[in-house]
Design a protein around this ligand. Sequence first.
Ligand SMILES: [Zn+2]
Length: 339
Amino acid sequence: MSSQRRNAGHWSAALVGVILLALAACSRDAAFERKTPDLPAAVETPATLPHERSRMLFAEAHSEPARATVDAAAVLDDWCSALADRLHSVAKADCASGFELTGHESVHGRPIIVRPVRASRQTPKGRVLLIGGTHGDELTSVSLVFWWLSWLEATGSAYHWRIIPAMNPDGLFARPAQRVNANGVDLNRNLPTPGWETASQDYWRDTGRSERRFPGDAAASEPETRWLVDEITHYRPDVIVTLHAPYGVLDYDGEPAPPARLGPLKLNRLGVFPGSLGNYGARYLDIPVVTVELGHATRMPAAGQARAMWQDLTRWLDRRIAPRVRQAERRADEPAAGG
Ligand SMILES: [Zn+2]
């Protein structure tokens, strides 16, 4: 066999492999699929450059189940051990089942992990994206995700959820934990909001160039930010809930009326910042963003308070998000006005 023909054989085998991977990815996405209007055409999705190892694991997860399961399980096991070492209120067992690799990693190669939870009914009322640990030193924002997850699992939910306990694992696992990622960037200032190039730098300069709030040198310059953009683009959440601390308020961006309070946290809008998730989600993509600012970054709220927050949140989803989703679905079903 000539080397040319042998190469051709390799290429066609590779092509078949790529097609199979794509099909596997499609069928996986289809599990969460429902009819939604496309995101605005203006959305720029920066190139996603996941770390090589994570990407290989992600690809393997779709092609060689047996081996990938072992590799992914080992990575998740390490992650959960580190988490249990870091947080008093989370046991390794809390992290033991159902978590998956997103295929994205932090600057230092730590995986960003996700826990998908499917709706307990055939037709979900909507899709929720829940994010903790955007700022690595807000430890309670990670722990509370696990508390809420345990209640969600106990009761089931009429919504699909994708739950990310720690968007900034490098910040969380740093000693001491730090707000910014490993490149010193505030991930809640790095999202590609319109006009970011000037607005973010102006805002940072005007507010005293705090090292804790550096927006980065370019929009979506950070791998963690690119994960979030990719997540929103592919999952298309109907609402995003993001946990922070320590301001002890409920912040909100979006069109439907906000919750008046979540447990002890009262609505108090903190403003809109260049590159923030509230700005990117609500103003740019029309996805409401609930920002929960817990009262303390290292001391958990009382269990009763945390449960009241959860109950108020789920009631608000039914009151404001489910009808909005139904309305959007009805609009999508209507025949296009023609003539
Ligand atoms: Zn924060």
